[in-house]
Design a protein around this ligand. Structure first.
Ligand SMILES: Nc1ncnc2c1ncn2[C@@H]1O[C@H](COP(=O)(O)OP(=O)(O)O)[C@@H](O)[C@H]1O
Ligand SMILES: [Mg+2]
Length: 339
């Protein structure tokens, strides 16, 4: 059968033309997602982009209106129970019982998951270790910080040995330390072959946590791939140039004229004697520019390079898709000059 031959897939998660309609509204549109085992995949997009809807379909909590989902090569529609055992879903708001101790809460769920009585303590201990909460096993739910609560819920999600973890907005409201802890946990789980899919509406929450990224916008998966190639495909190089603050206006003019005459400088933003440049040249071009400034007796105190931030990449990817035109300040100034 042709259809059967077509179902083989090497990906841990694969969707084909997946769509989800809520009545008239198409929340997820034509999504083709491919995720390899052990990855930490970040799903980024503004509120309403369709992230939760997509993640719920992967977790078999909502059925797609159209399209197919494969989990470890199995068609979700054909064997939903196998898939159900392999995917652990952690919703965005998931409470911990306030009056239970951490281990009591987890043993309760171990029982609910059908772990035999003689194995429950062991399994709970393993999961607590995986989320680095062993030393807090006696704490009550109500006494936990937000980050710790999240880790307990993660431990709960790990109990039935899922191969794929789906975490919807786990980092929202987390402090930076809690985020670093979460990252460490997911990296370690990745080494055991557990794939994580993590969503956020804030790119910087996920930027350094993930190995690959998908960007969702109005139901569509706009881009998907490993993080490094996403950045290489969309370079936004900037350089920050600072010159000595005891400057004269003449110095500033000289700097501006040198920058403007460089073929590698596109935009220049200036605040006092700090200049931020969009720079397209290589290292040699950078050194040449610096040399030129110094020969003109400009006292450069620093000249630093920043690679594209994830925010820059997102803006570049999404802004052409927006319905509204992005108007630059220069356009406005030109328009006013014409009036
Ligand atoms: N149960 C529902 N019924 C109707 N519309 C919904 C439902 N859930 C979500 N939506 C709509 O679907 C779109 C995508 O929502 P959602 O998947 O929650 O996006 P995200 O998680 O990226 O914020 C939004 O426009 C939202 O209002
Ligand atoms: Mg959501």
């Amino acid at each position: 059968m042709l259809q059967k031959a077509n179902t083989a897939t090497d990906f841990t998660v694969e969707t084909r033309d997946v769509r989800l309609d809520y009545g008239e509204l198409t929340a997820v549109d034509n999504v083709n997602l491919r995720i390899t085992a052990g990855e930490i995949y970040g799903l980024v997009g503004p509120n309403g982009a369709g992230k939760t809807s997509l993640l719920k379909m992967l977790s078999n909590l909502i059925r797609p209106t159209y399209g197919e989902i494969f989990i470890n090569g199995t068609d979700l529609a054909e064997d939903p129970w196998k898939v159900h055992r392999e995917v652990g879903y952690m919703p965005d708001l998931s409470p911990v019982a306030p009056e239970l101790k951490v281990w009591e809460f987890l043993e309760f769920f171990a029982a609910a998951y059908g772990i035999p009585r003689t194995e429950r303590k062991q399994r709970v201990a393993e999961c607590l270790e995986q989320v680095k909460m062993t030393e807090h096993r006696e704490a009550f739910g109500k006494g936990l910080s937000r980050g710790m609560m999240q880790r307990v819920v993660l431990a709960k999600t790990l109990i039935p040995h899922p191969r794929i973890l789906i975490l919807d907005e786990p980092a929202s409201g987390m402090d930076p330390l809690a985020r670093i802890n979460l990252k460490r946990i997911l990296v370690e789980l990745g080494r055991e072959g557990i794939t994580s899919i993590v969503s956020s509406h804030i790119l910087t929450e996920l930027g350094d946590m993930c190995t690959s990224l998908g960007i969702m916008h109005k139901g569509a998966l706009v881009r998907s791939g490993d993080k490094a190639s996403l950045l290489i495909d969309h370079p936004v190089h900037t350089r920050t140039l600072s010159i000595l603050s005891r400057h004269s206006d003449k110095d500033a003019e000289t700097v501006v004229s040198i920058l403007n005459s460089s073929e590698h400088v596109a935009d220049v933003a200036r605040q006092d004697m700090v200049f931020v440049l969009s720079f397209s040249g290589d290292e040699e071009a950078e050194a040449d520019l610096l040399k030129e400034l110094i020969l003109a007796e400009i006292k450069v105190t620093s000249f630093s390079r920043e690679s594209a931030s994830m925010e820059d990449v997102l803006i570049k990817l999404v802004s052409p898709l927006e319905d509204v035109d992005v108007v630059s300040l220069q356009d406005i100034a030109e328009e006013q000059a014409h009036d």
